[in-house]
Design a binder for this molecule. Sequence first.
Ligand SMILES: NC(=O)c1ccc[n+]([C@@H]2O[C@H](COP(=O)([O-])OP(=O)(O)OC[C@H]3O[C@@H](n4cnc5c(N)ncnc54)[C@H](OP(=O)(O)O)[C@@H]3O)[C@@H](O)[C@H]2O)c1
Length: 353
Amino acid sequence: MASARVRGADLVEIRLDHLAVFHPRRDPQLLLKNRPLPALVTYRLLVILLDLYQEKGQRTLSLFNCALPRKESAPGQPTISDLLNVYNIKQIGPDTKVFRIIGKPVGNSKSPILHNAAFRSVGFNAVYVPLLVDDLAIFLTAYLSLDFTGFRGAVNTIIRRSTDGKLVGYNTDYVGAISAIEDGIRGKDASISPLVGKTFIVIGAGGAGKALAYGARENGAKVVIANRSYERARELANLIGGCALTLAELEIFHPEDGMILANTTSTGMQPNIAETPLIKQALGSYAVVFDAVDTPKVTWLLREAEEAGATVVSGMEMFLRLAIGQFELFTGLAAPENLMHDIVATTETRTKI
Ligand SMILES: NC(=O)c1ccc[n+]([C@@H]2O[C@H](COP(=O)([O-])OP(=O)(O)OC[C@H]3O[C@@H](n4cnc5c(N)ncnc54)[C@H](OP(=O)(O)O)[C@@H]3O)[C@@H](O)[C@H]2O)c1
């Protein structure tokens, strides 16, 4: 760093191997000492962490990672084009709020494209960036003391409340998925949920599975959980008052016709697009089949379900609706729904990193 300063460097790049050892606010300041050079700090995957502070009237900007697959100058860096067009870098200043999606992997998320465009369209001064997190516990310990305004994760949305600084968790997965399934079954005007009294089978018992199971139960369905790890299915079923099945049992489970099926596992997600969580022969019992997988939009499961005569609901619908819910939580403003719909419909899949 000293050598860079002597040579009058305008930009300093710092590469890190492990995010957990690096404190994004303190360490750049230590490294940069009294001369606030713009610092470009990369991590091994695509995350941009914009750590902005004022020092001697200058702004120091730290960029960590980024999930951009094209012509990055080092692994994990964003392209100039994405900095300008996706992350609106020219508009970022000390007052810019920073939101982030965390996950592993996170590089194929469409959320930054969607939320940054939505922020820009309503003039909300914020940026939304992906952040790869290996270990949630370390992440929460290391980062939650920082002035993060909110981030999206399995939970799936946490906002720091402006009135008292407390973190508040929300789950927009639940509303997004259930409303997409309901609208797939009926017209939007119906006053009673079409899930009432229906047998609703959730494959998976992770974050999305919990959200779907809870949402289905809240809307009057009889919930059944099927999961690769039967023990997790049983735990979730006990929690919400439903039944549990193994995946093998699910193949012959047919208590009634016209059931609803929701896949909440990653089975069938790109690149494993020829995989499906349930054999085609079993799909004839379902009136509606939903797949939380949103890439591809029409999964193997949805294609076979359609061939078996079911109404199908794509994970893309869930993604759009949960993002609309998040936007409103982030900004307190009405979401630009038409714009967000168009972006979701046209955005190409990001390359997984
Ligand atoms: N469309 C959207 O907006 C949206 C939103 C949220 C999530 N999702 C999608 O939902 C999926 C699950 O996300 P999550 O956050 O719930 O993940 P998670 O918490 O890690 O849970 C993963 C679930 O999938 C099961 N699973 C994983 N690999 C499997 C395999 N090869 N065969 C059978 N079961 C398998 C796991 O079973 P075990 O318990 O046996 O490990 C677990 O039940 C992902 O594909 C994600 O992209 C979509």
